[in-house]
Design a protein. Structure first.
Lengths: 338, 329
């Protein structure tokens, strides 16, 4: 793999809640190669949105990056001054927030909002800005005549397209999209995903797609980073995650949601229990309380083991993953521990 | 007029049900500009006793409105709905109370469906109080209901508040509340959409298990065909207030007949990197429910639309195991 576009090393982000600290992201490491589309997946509270926000340093007031590096184009985004960081936003890294559909300002026309990015951030002139806005609308498949419309005049799917157009405005190298299709219906969702993929391939931009929906990730991503309770459980190519999941959590997820192509008689198997409270996470491996393969050693901090090139796994038993996969495919394995 | 209601194997019989809303308000009405949104528009189907039916469709298709009509949470503006042979429109007073105990709703969002100031015991005692169940029987009924939904060691939950419970546990409490009066019929409206993937399967399995054990008749409302397939042997596909296709879920998944169902099935992402990325066989743009197309409501997005589709509303026709409302059949 050539030099990655973005390299996150041991990233830590904490929230202060009262007198306590919640370590929402507790040592996350992964790479984003150039021109890739990576799914950052996990359940609610796993830290995926916090990671995404930390990458642009747009984090909540009671949160702070407490450690690690975010290496992007030779700079450490965790350390550079705010002014320098601000210059990177939109130009190099664009962020599409969760429910981007509602993040557009209702009192300004869409063109005004595009114009703001293009002229103030991009330094374009009035005419250039108009031309670029038209070009962007064509790219995302909206009629150019609608540039002067207000956000409420668009449907949910179209507002999402506008948000994508905004993100693409200054030709960034990286787009981070937080749950971009979650609130949309399946058909619109599919159309937006196809468009995002097409633009990503054509423009060669890298995309990080933050979502809880593994099917969506499998559909358009070529890589994935699976998070659990503030840590990266495993990362690598999509192919590897689907055909050779190597962390017990990923293996468990595979049995937990229905698959339209699977056998009709298949039974779904939940992962018993719930993710831990990050204010007081369990010692050692955080998946231990729910893991059917947990041993005594799992009470200690698990190592990162490369089960294959470009496939690191955070698990004491990662080297046994091939055998564990066979066990994990059986429903009995996931029954509540006796 | 609907002979089917006499059949003992049918629990719910819907004939030409309509739910029309006037929108636009008084000023629009004064200017003659008020319009009618047809949330449900001429829907007919029967549900057999013990049957599980999925109501599938996108937002705004009328699936939730249909579910609310079935439970008389919304008054229909046309047609008939018979429950156990009785038309529910006229039911009032004690009859309504009886109906409410027999037909229950399982809410979508467990975090909203439960009063945060009530303990789990209070939450579950409320329906028992309303049904005038004697006090001394209540505790036992509550424990039984919680056991039914597989909440381990139910007694420990009784004095807890909702915020002490995880989403999966809370959804089980919502289910227990719907089941505590031993209904015959439940309508579940997207009951797992707010839950994390790893716990969804547990709630779905409980739903299937309880339904089979109690012989419940169930409607499962969802936009997710994969979930519907997991819980329902039969699926009704809705679009803009009408039924497009109705039949065995497996047949619909394997070989959808209606052009809308075809697009819907093709759009479902599957966890397979080799999934086809063919463009969907459907036009862009969500329809405006205030101004639906003439004839077939799907025609402006349909790749197979022809002249007849604009002129004539397609009536449901039997096609093999299914009923399809499309001029192609």
């Amino acid at each position: 793999m050539s030099e990655p576009l973005l390299s996150v090393r041991d990233l830590r982000v904490s929230y202060q809640v009262g007198r306590n600290f919640v370590h929402a992201v507790d040592g996350a490491s992964f790479d984003i190669p150039r021109g890739s589309i990576t799914g950052l997946v996990g359940e609610s509270g796993c830290g995926k949105t916090t990671v995404a926000r930390a990458l642009t340093r747009v984090i909540a007031e009671n949160a702070a990056i407490t450690g690690g590096q975010i290496l992007f184009d030779g700079k450490d985004l965790a350390k550079i001054p705010e002014k320098e960081m601000n210059a990177l936003r939109w130009r190099d890294i664009a962020f599409i927030p969760q429910s981007a559909m509602n993040s557009l300002d209702p009192v300004y026309t869409v063109e005004y909002q595009l114009d703001e990015v293009l002229r103030r951030r991009g330094g374009l002139g009035r005419k250039q800005s108009r031309a670029r806005s038209e070009e962007l609308f064509e790219m995302v498949g909206i009629d150019v005549n609608r540039l002067n419309d207000y956000p409420h005049q668009f449907s949910g799917g179209m507002r999402q397209r506008v948000a994508i157009a905004l993100a693409l405005a200054l030709d960034p190298k990286l787009i981070i999209a937080d749950e971009p299709v979650t609130a949309l219906d399946v058909i619109v969702q599919r159309q937006i995903l196809d468009q995002l993929k097409e633009l990503q391939t054509r423009l060669g931009v890298s995309v990080i797609l933050v979502t809880h929906d593994i099917s969506v990730v499998a559909y358009i991503c070529d890589r994935t980073v699976v998070m659990y309770a503030g840590k990266v459980a495993e990362s690598g190519t999509m192919q590897a995650a689907l055909t050779a999941p190597s962390h017990p959590y990923t293996m468990g997820l595979r049995n937990a949601f229905p698959d339209l192509q699977g056998a009709a008689s298949g039974i779904l198997t939940p992962i018993e229990g719930a993710p831990p409270n990050l204010a007081s996470p369990p010692a050692g491996c955080r998946f231990k309380p729910r893991c059917p393969f947990a041993l005594d050693i799992c009470g200690t901090e698990p190592p990162v083991i490369d089960v294959a090139p470009d496939h690191p796994v955070l698990c004491h038993r990662a080297n046994e993953s091939a055998a564990l996969r066979i066990e994990a495919a059986k429903t009995e394995t996931w029954m509540a521990p006796a | 007029m609907n002979m089917i209601t006499k059949r003992p194997d049918i629990l719910v019989s819907v004939f030409d049900a309509k739910l029309h809303y006037a929108v636009g308000g008084a000023f629009a009405a004064m200017r003659g500009k008020s319009t009618v949104v047809k949330a449900v528009d001429g829907v007919s189907f029967d549900i057999g006793r013990g049957e599980s039916v999925g109501l599938l469709g996108e937002s705004g298709c009328g699936k939730t409105s249909m579910g609310r009509l079935l439970l008389k949470l919304e008054e229909k503006t046309g047609g008939t709905i018979h429950f156990d042979g009785e038309e529910i429109g006229a039911v009032r007073g004690s009859g309504l109370k009886k109906f409410r105990s027999k037909a229950q709703l399982i809410f979508q969002n467990p975090f909203d469906a439960i009063n945060p100031r009530f303990t789990i015991r209070q939450t579950l005692a409320e329906p028992l109080e309303n049904a005038a169940i004697p006090k001394r029987e209540r505790e036992a009924r509550i424990i039984t209901a919680l056991e039914l939904v597989k909440l381990p060691e139910p007694a420990q939950f009784l004095d807890r508040y909702p915020h002490h419970l995880s989403g999966g546990q809370l959804q089980r409490v919502v289910m227990a509340r719907a089941l505590i009066l031993q209904p015959e019929f439940v309508v579940a409206d997207e009951p797992v959409s707010m839950l994390d993937v790893s716990v969804r399967a547990g709630v779905l399995n409980v739903f299937r298990d309880v339904r089979d054990r109690l012989g419940l008749t169930a409607i499962y409302i969802s936009h997710d065909l994969a979930l519907v397939r997991y819980v329902c042997e039969r699926t009704i596909v809705m679009y803009l207030g009408r039924i497009m296709e109705d039949g065995p879920t497996e047949d619909i998944v394997r070989e959808p007949l209606h052009p809308y169902t075809k697009a819907l099935v093709a759009a479902v992402p599957v966890p397979n990197p080799d999934q086809s990325h063919e463009p969907l066989p459907i036009g862009r743009g969500a329809p405006d429910p205030r101004n639906p197309p003439s004839g077939c409501v799907f025609r402006d997005r349909c790749p197979a639309a022809h002249a007849r589709c604009a002129a004539e509303i397609p009536q449901p026709k039997p096609v093999g195991t299914r009923t399809v409302a499309c001029h192609l059949y």
